[in-house]
Design a protein around this ligand. Structure first.
Ligand SMILES: [Zn+2]
Length: 219
């Protein structure tokens, strides 16, 4: 049986073979990046008033547990100056491309900016838009880009109609699940998605795990 994949969480890792989790770490000067679990490292768009923390980046890039860059991205609702956010987002895209690390992206009311920046930077690495809850049109636009993946979490519990629609639109080769900051277990998230999509839990587990292996390789 394939493990449950939690592509983005801020909680402590479970450390059980039945689960694969990418734990989010916010980059700063004093952060410990020599951790015994898989993680992503990023400068969140809410924190871009701060610096680039290059020493931590370079230290982390030597650690095979660093799986992705992020979460990073753009936020029109809670973030500060959008130009500053773009500057730090693009710096992180450069790290992602140079070191071949996929990205985990936070996007609030900025989906079209994300697509424009992907085109402008000619980025090739997979991008996982986490906590996706956009509408049908935005979903279709994003999925036109072959290396963009959408990760669902809260929307499954908050808006069943939207989530059911998204589960129809997003092919299983482009889908992930996450718990993000919630205290829910990833098993609950998969179960809810199975219920709303009419797909079996086993099928979801195997397809999402295949997506993980396709992007991150075997672990
Ligand atoms: Zn998050």
């Amino acid at each position: 049986m394939s493990p449950f994949v939690n592509i983005h969480t801020h909680n402590n890792h479970i450390g059980n073979k039945e689960f694969i989790e990418i734990i989010n770490i916010d980059v700063d000067d004093s952060v410990n990046v020599d951790v015994p679990f898989l993680y992503s490292l990023g400068l969140h768009p809410w924190n871009v008033e701060t610096k680039e923390f290059m020493a931590s980046w370079f230290h982390a890039l030597g650690n095979s547990n660093l799986k992705a860059i992020g979460e990073c991205g753009l936020d029109r609702v809670h973030g500060s100056d959008l130009e500053k956010q773009k500057y730090f987002f693009i710096r992180q895209i450069e790290i992602s491309e140079q070191y071949h690390k996929p990205m985990i992206i936070h996007s609030v009311k900025t989906y079209s900016d994300i697509i424009s920046i992907r085109k402008e930077t000619k980025a090739k690495m997979p991008w996982i838009i986490h906590g996706f809850q956009g509408n049908e049109q935005i979903c279709i636009q994003l999925l036109r880009h072959n290396d963009i993946y959408l990760s669902l979490g809260e929307v499954l519990f908050k808006n069943a109609a939207r989530a059911t629609q998204l589960l129809k639109l997003i092919s299983q080769e482009r889908l992930f699940f996450e718990t993000d900051v919630s205290e829910r277990s990833i098993v609950e998230v998969y179960e809810k998605a199975a219920l709303l999509s009419g797909r079996s839990l086993d099928e979801l587990r195997s397809d999402i795990f295949n997506n993980f292996v396709k992007i991150f390789g075997k672990i």
